[in-house]
Design a protein around this ligand. Structure first.
Ligand code: TXA
Ligand code: MG
Length: 333
């Protein structure tokens, strides 16, 4: 297959993976924390390093569309059409799992989530390792996703074998997840591939209940992607000035609401939602590191990547609602 020489860093990373180690690597969406998907012990290490509950299954990454055949038992017509159109890219497909994938990867589900990332380093790593790579986002469970190597180092630096540096992630939000095991496809997570681009190819897509804490996908918790700082989404009104202490303000092209903020983060001056998605987690990490009392986020248009952005902001704010359980990491920053 791939006979081109690869860099020593990639060679080392691939070797670590083959030997059961944990390697953080760049993808076009966010950094992943990879382990050999065929090695249960190695995969167990991912759950430990992240502090992730075992009921939250992982995505298996492949470097070639044909590799999906070894991982799933059936690749139906819709799956083939989507793979042809969107891979490599930020689209994860849930399909019936083959025996070769250990139960720990899928949390005992009869299905497996699989995707081919669109990042040369990720693809070279998977090819060089010669195995499918199970990888969640490389952050502590429930916390902000990493879009730079520094983000990974902050949360997981002392818990993993190495971090491959591929710079900042171009897409910046996680892949779209589509369950193709039912008669009608179900959107489990809006992400880097806009649903508007998927529907013309496979027809109607059912939306999973985004806000349910009894999710059809065990990992679709309503509270997730959360900064340590409380986050609140502003709808049409600015917050009561008396309630603001040291506040951060996250907006799309310029502040639309009058918030007395210590720091303003603009996601895209031109209002481009792709650019905004690419900047989202970095902006949240910066705000989160300022030790503010609150982060106010303005609503963004819910079209294209705006859906993924608002999904992440809602989950981040849900982490601070009275009913949601905050991830343990928050108590121990
Ligand atoms: O862009 C991405 O998808 C990144 C990069 C690293 O590829 N990965 C990522 O993984 O976001 P993670 O683990 O943070 O999110 C994966 C989600 C989880 O919420 C999990 O519940 C869901 O995928 N998932 C995995 N396997 C599933 C399955 N068999 N059925 C339903 N949902 C599944
Ligand atoms: Mg994640």
């Amino acid at each position: 297959m791939n006979k081109r020489p690869i860099s020593p860093a990639l060679e080392t990373a691939a070797d670590r993976l083959r030997r059961g180690g944990l390697v953080a690597f760049p993808t076009e969406t966010v950094y992943g924390l990879g382990a050999n998907a065929l090695d249960s012990r190695a995969v167990a290490g991912i759950f430990e390093a992240k502090g992730r509950p075992r009921f939250d299954p992982l995505i298996v990454h492949v470097a070639d569309p044909a590799a999906v055949r070894g991982i799933v038992t059936k690749c139906n017509r819709k799956a083939t059409q989507l793979i042809d159109r969107f891979w490599p890219g930020p689209l994860t497909l849930v399909l019936p799992k083959s025996e070769i994938i250990p139960d720990i990867v899928t949390s005992g589900l009869p299905t497996v989530a699989v995707r081919m990332p669109d990042h040369p380093m990720a693809l070279e790593l998977i090819r060089a390792a010669g195995v499918p790579v199970a990888a969640p986002s490389a952050n502590r469970f429930g916390c902000l996703s990493p879009t730079t190597p520094a983000h990974v180092r902050e949360q997981l630096g002392d818990r993993i074998d190495l971090i491959l540096d591929g710079g900042a992630c171009a897409v910046g939000v996680e892949s779209t997840i589509l369950d193709l095991t039912e008669t009608s496809p179900v959107l489990l997570r809006p992400g880097g591939t806009p649903i508007e681009a998927i529907v013309p190819i496979i027809g109607r897509v059912t939306m999973a209940h985004e806000r349910s804490d009894r999710p059809r996908a065990p990992g679709q918790l309503s509270s997730h992607y959360a900064p340590r700082t409380r986050l609140m989404i502003l709808s049409d009104e600015a917050p009561d000035p008396a309630a603001c202490h040291r506040a951060g303000h996250l907006c799309l092209r310029s502040p639309q609401l009058d918030v007395p903020a210590t720091r303003i983060e603009v996601l895209s001056r031109s209002g481009d939602l792709r650019e905004a998605a690419a900047n989202l987690f970095s902006a949240l990490h910066r705000l989160d590191n300022l030790g503010l009392d609150i982060i106010y986020a303005e609503q963004m248009p819910e079209a294209g990547l705006g859906k993924a952005i608002m999904n992440r902001l809602r989950k981040a704010s849900a982490a601070f609602s009275s009913t949601a359980k905050r991830p343990r990491f928050h108590d121990n920053p």
